[in-house]
Design a protein around this ligand. Sequence first.
Ligand code: HEM
Length: 115
Amino acid sequence: MSIQESNALHLIHVLSAVAAVGTIFYACAGAPETRKKTLMWSGITGLLVLLTGVRMWQAMYDFQGTWAVVKIVCWLGLAALTGIAYRKREHASLWIRLALGLTALALAMVYVQPF
Ligand code: HEM
């Protein structure tokens, strides 16, 4: 993988992850009419996180490292939260805490790479 591709993948991966988590926060407070558009952005950014992440995992680690599997589990949880947050608004603080927890776990996995 060239340095340019690596830089582009990292940039798109992290920017999309920030935006994807942002959609969860928005879903906890936005008006019900915003649901469709927010879910659309949640889907687009989530897909970008997954595609860029899997490409980096393949090119840089040859699919080695269970930490990446843990990140995929975190990604699954985060991807589900935007829709859930619109439906069960009364538990908004739980969704926010879950989003922060899953994001912290995903970050710990990539920076510590414990397994
Ligand atoms: C759940 C949301 C996710 C967040 C918040 C997240 C966050 C990050 C961050 C901040 C980096 C940059 C590390 C750096 O360059 O210093 C990174 C890199 C990376 N992520 Fe993710 N990520 C997520 C999901 C995923 C998924 C689903 C995969 C798929 C396997 C993945 C695989 C990777 C890989 C392989 C790298 C490159 C590690 C390296 O540069 O050595 N990530 N991630």
